[in-house]
Design a protein around this ligand. Sequence first.
Ligand code: SF4
Length: 366
Amino acid sequence: ELERFSDPDLSRHSLEAVLEAAEKFKAANGRSPVFMEVCGSHTMALAKTGIKARLKDHVRLIAGPGCPVCVTDQKSIDAMIALSKGPDRILCTFGDMMRVPGSKFTLMKAKTEGEDIRVVYSPLDSVKMAEENPEKEVIFLGIGFETTIPILALAIREAEKKNLQNFSIWMTTKLVEPVLRTLLDAGEVKLDGFLLPGHVAIVSGKRSFDFLSKEYNMPGVISGFEPVQLLSGMYKLLQLLLEKKVDILNDYTYLVKDEGNLVAQKMLDDYLEPYDEVWRGMSTIPGSGLVLKEKYASFDAKKKFNVSVGEPRKTKCRCGEIIKGTITPEECMLFAKGCTPTHPIGPCMVSTEGTCAAHYQYMRED
Ligand code: SF4
């Protein structure tokens, strides 16, 4: 079934349909349409498949705040480095976080200096690690959007079941709706519509995006990740614009339901509550993250350990603006010069879903 969505002939036809619809939009409006994708996997897929490069003179695609590594505040890295110190600690994180620079250095550097920092594929691996190392405190760096947060809640449920006293999570999770509201309220980027994140919508449901059309008069299409799915999402978005309709469409119906995944949502409700989360480049957005409820405070690393870190060091990295979509990677003076995937200065170049990394690998002109 998935193969159909990357079929070259179907992709070509879909691309032609998008180009034709984009031309109609341009004829009617005197400019190309501007869409934002809000998912790091979309950003990478659009670059990797060549769709973004092929469409660049017809549809302006802006990457939004959808890469979980990129939106993680520098202070969280600093806090994790501080937390890793001590012989009784094991710090666990997803691989991409290892190379994200904090104020002074990275988790990778801290590891080379002897701290016990381990890459895991799932927070559940770190629960197992806590069980196997009862003499150590195991701390997981909990980043991610709606797609990942239920697994963090599941890890807490496992730790609770096993009555582990030595496991905790440093929660720095992010929610899509508050950040989209913040972007739209700020009005710094003029958009015609959103290519909405299929993975997030699996959890939160199609309805969770209805606020865009109802409150912001902004259309959007929930899309999958294969070439035909991406192009179909864009085509449907263009059709909405051409027909002057403002709606949220679900173009990922075989995985996304109107109401989302109720089991995952219940996990979130049971264990977590809203929190004013700090986003890189956007400071604090009210209610934009989830933290553990007071009942589970013993699993909350922020409450369990007394860590204080200073204000983040200012750098020339412009990830904050990249995340908001107000500049392109090429507008950062460090892009492809001081900052490359092998020597990244900011998280947008580190992450496999980062806008700068996608641009460097697939869109660079020199
Ligand atoms: Fe930051 Fe590097 Fe991207 Fe510039 S190119 S914004 S320094 S990650």
